[in-house]
Design a protein around this ligand. Structure first.
Ligand code: ADP
Length: 164
């Protein structure tokens, strides 16, 4: 059984993430989307909300499951018997960091990182950019599943009210 993990913070999940997950699901028998739930003040959505949105978004892929992880990704892989990490590569700017992480992870456990090149239409797409644009009223509806977009708009409005 070939298993892989697609890790990230997914705050929130975008069509760019889903493109990588869908392609990984074609390459591997089982794919686990691992949502990093380490404490961070800068998240817009809670770990449970991020996991919940991903579960709904991944419903079309029967061999994909979603789980949270804390601590080291390599420990998560070891516990699950997973030896492959799949990461999307957008631009050269992703490469330096991803190469370092891949080499670090390989030194910590028996895991290989496989890079999947982003589809060109998503090469600019990151959750951080989506959140920033949406905060200032940009129309990001084409970049996220419709139900995620709705939750994003609602959350930003709540945050806006809370800060008044
Ligand atoms: P981001 O805020 O950059 O979306 P994440 O930690 O949620 O950050 O992303 C998890 C992983 O998903 C990234 O390391 C990258 O491998 C992949 N990814 C994110 N967006 C894209 C995209 N537009 N195209 C390809 N891969 C992507």
């Amino acid at each position: 059984m070939r298993r892989a993990v697609c890790p990230g913070s997914f705050d929130p999940v975008t069509n760019g993430h889903l493109d990588i997950v869908a392609r990984a699901s074609n390459l591997f028998d089982e794919v686990v989307v691992a949502v990093g739930v380490n404490k961070s003040k800068n998240r817009l959505f809670t770990p449970d909300e991020r996991i919940d949105m991903l579960r709904t978004a991944c419903e079309p892929y029967p061999n994909v499951s979603v789980d949270g992880f804390t601590g080291l990704l390599t420990d998560f892989c070891r516990d699950r018997g997973i030896r492959t990490i799949v990461k999307g590569l957008r631009a050269v700017s992703d490469f330096d960091y991803e190469l370092q992480m891949a080499q670090m992870n390989a030194s910590l456990a028996e895991v290989e990182t496989v890079f999947v090149p982003t589809s060109p239409e998503y090469s600019f797409l990151a959750s951080s950019v989506v959140k920033e644009d949406a905060t200032f009223g940009g129309d990001v509806s084409a970049l996220l599943p419709a139900f995620v977009h709705e939750r994003l708009v609602r959350r930003l409005a709540e945050r806006d009210q809370g800060s008044r």
